[in-house]
Structures are given as C-alpha cells and as structure tokens.
Design a protein. Structure first.
Length: 188
C-alpha cells in the first residue's frame, strides 16, 4: 500500500526530529547542515509522492456516509487550517494563542476532511496524519518543556500572514484535482 507507506515515511521522518535529537545532531555533524536538510526534504518529497500516488491508486470503498452538508463545513474550515499551517513560519500573533500553529492546522485539515469523506483511503490518510500530528505535538512539548510565547508582532503582520494563508488556500483549491483526482468545483 503506497498510501500507508507514504504516511509512515512522513511520520517517521518527522518523529525522528522530535525523538532523535542526539542522532539528528550526529547526522548533521557527519553530513553537514545543507546536505542533511536536502536529504530530509528529499525524504519528505518521496513521502508526499507515495501519499499522492497511493491515494490515486486506492479504490474508493465507503466506510461511512458523512452527514449531508459536511462538504460545506470542510470548505469553511480549510482557510483556517491553511492560515494556521502557513503562519508557523511567518511573523504573526497567532503564536500568542497557539503553540504549534502548523500542527494545529494539520489536525484541523484532517478533521475537516474526515467530516466530509468516509472512504477507506480518506480514513487512512486523514486519520493517519491526524494521529501523527497529535503524537508530534505531545513529543515536541515533552522535548521542549514549558511554552515560551514569542514576542507579539502586531496586527499588520498577522493580517499579512492571514492573507498569505488565504491565497495558498485558493491555490490549493484550484490544484486539488491534480493531486487528488477530485475537483472541488462543479463542472459546467
């Protein structure tokens, strides 16, 4: 199963950073920072490729029928998920309220999609990445200790970060058919 392999590779690569601090430092010392980052990125690209190929290759088998209207709930939640995800690397006051905005965005994305999709492949993908994100937050919090909030950056930078998240959301909505095979917009 390519989909499961991709999710496991994605999770293992990220969990290595959270759990294997000493091993990671030894690897960086041996390879150098640039090559380590390149290898890390290459493994994540491979994981994403496995996930996309696995998703598209897996037959659509229904496990449960989502309640009517859940597609609209998912569409409403996605801008928030993407804003959270993109704000992790941007100057924003969102970090005053949410310790892990990127992982919170992943969790919101996964839950939103589980609300609208009851196929086996959806439960594997979104459930698997939801489980990984929850575990990742627990392990990072345990590793890093008490939360030290960053300094506030102001409403303007926060608004710019939110606008970037909205632009990324729009791009993902239009690109959705290419990586999932599912169009978000009715044809015609």
């Amino acid at each position: 199963m390519l989909l499961i392999a991709g999710i496991l590779l994605w999770a293992a690569t990220h969990l290595f950073v959270a759990l294997g601090v000493d091993a990671r430092q030894r690897l960086i010392a041996r390879l150098g920072t640039g090559p380590y980052r390149g290898l890390f990125s290459l493994v994540l690209v491979a994981a994403l490729a496995l996930i996309v190929l696995g998703w598209r290759a897996m037959p659509v088998e229904l496990l449960y029928s989502p309640p009517a209207g859940m597609r609209h709930v998912t569409m409403a939640l996605m801008p928030f998920a993407v804003i959270l995800f993109t704000s992790a690397r941007a100057p924003t006051d969102i970090k005053q309220w949410i310790r892990h905005p990127q992982l919170t965005g992943v969790k919101l994305w996964a839950v939103a999609h589980l609300l609208a999709h009851g196929e086996t492949r959806a439960v594997i993908l979104f459930g698997g990445l939801l489980a990984w994100a929850v575990l990742e937050v627990i392990l990072i919090n345990r590793r890093d200790g008490a939360w030290k909030k960053p300094a506030p950056v102001g409403a303007l930078k926060t608004a710019i970060s939110a606008v970037v998240g909205l632009v990324v959301t729009a791009a993902l909505m239009f690109a959705h058919p290419w990586f999932t095979g599912l169009s978000l917009f009715p044809h015609g």
